[in-house]
Design a protein around this ligand. Structure first.
Ligand code: ATP
Ligand code: MG
Length: 288
């Protein structure tokens, strides 16, 4: 692409992750508002060319449940790559559930169903292009102003994944047991992460005990039974079963995203209309 660093104006900081900072920016020549994620990379021209080539796949992704990509550019004399994507005004699911939980509220099952449907459809699309997402978690599921649910931050660039892994441990608590153990994994690893994500959003907290430190937590995930929805709320049997199937510890037995689309919880959700535009307006108390 032909995006240039000097064509962007920073508007506000949207957040920060382990890998870099995300800014809301304006692309001055077009007036378009975008989100730009900056990731530190090896300042080597050969590596740059490779990363930009790997990112080209993002430009060919066209799915309603995948965040639109506008292009990438080199910044800071080649010490970082800026990834320009669609700005999602509704924010990420972690920010959304934390906001709802501050008001003592909860995200209901109808919306959880739509989240499951959207993420699974996005994953099926990626898998049709031989891509495993590898980082499904609440902060990587975004909602647009219109209430469309989309996934972002999937591992298309081996080089970028490597630069991130260098700076950080590269272990996420949403990783399926087989991945945490460094074993081989398949698309069903994303289904585990989706199960954990939906359970977290349903319960307004990460499903594993918060007292565990990182090393104990990894041991806990691999050794103990998977978490279950608490009985404090009257969740449907369909939802409970959906999470039980997602959180199958054996990656070989765990279904693929495509198979999960047939689950009764998702089938029931697909047959139902949910006004997600109104939902996201209520979450953020947007007036019109
Ligand atoms: P990690 O680095 O471990 O993946 P993360 O997903 O929170 O964690 P980032 O991907 O850097 O880190 O994102 C930081 C925050 O920026 C997210 O939590 C999200 O709220 C916000 N954000 C990211 N992309 C967008 C976007 N396209 N539109 C709106 N907000 C975004
Ligand atoms: Mg992210």
């Amino acid at each position: 692409t032909s995006l240039k660093a000097e064509e962007f104006q920073d508007l506000e900081r949207l957040g920060e992750g382990a890998g870099g900072t995300v800014m809301k920016v304006c692309h001055i020549p077009t007036g378009k508002i975008m989100a730009k994620k900056k990731i530190n990379v090896d300042p080597n021209q050969h590596v740059h060319r490779q990363i930009l080539r790997e990112l080209e796949f993002l430009g060919t992704c066209h799915s309603p449940h995948i965040v639109t990509y506008f292009g990438a550019l080199l910044e800071d004399e080649g010490s970082s790559v800026g990834i320009c994507m669609e700005y999602c005004e509704g924010g990420s699911l972690d920010a959304i559930y934390k906001c709802v939980s501050r008001r003592q509220g909860r995200i209901g099952e109808a919306v959880l169903g739509k989240i499951g449907e959207a993420v699974l459809n996005g994953l099926v699309y990626l898998h049709s292009h031989k891509i495993i997402h590898r980082d499904i978690k609440p902060s990587n599921i975004l909602v647009t102003k219109k209430g469309v649910i989309k996934i972002c931050d999937f591992g298309v660039s081996g080089n970028l994944v490597a630069s991130l892994a260098q700076t950080f441990l590269g272990t996420s608590y949403y990783m399926a047991p087989e991945r945490i153990q460094g074993r081989q994994y398949r698309v069903s690893a994303d289904v585990w992460s989706l199960g954990l994500t939906i359970m977290e959003v349903a319960e307004n907290k990460f499903p594993y005990p918060s007292v565990l430190g990182p090393i104990e937590l990894v041991a806990h995930i691999t050794k103990m039974d998977p978490p279950q929805l608490s009985n404090d709320c009257d969740w449907s049997q369909d939802l409970r079963d959906f999470l039980r199937v997602c959180l199958e510890k054996d990656g070989e037995k765990r279904p693929t995203p495509k198979q999960m689309l047939d689950h009764p919880f998702i089938q029931r959700s697909a047959a139902r209309q949910v006004n997600l535009e109104r939902w996201i307006r209520q979450v953020w108390e947007w007036s019109d």
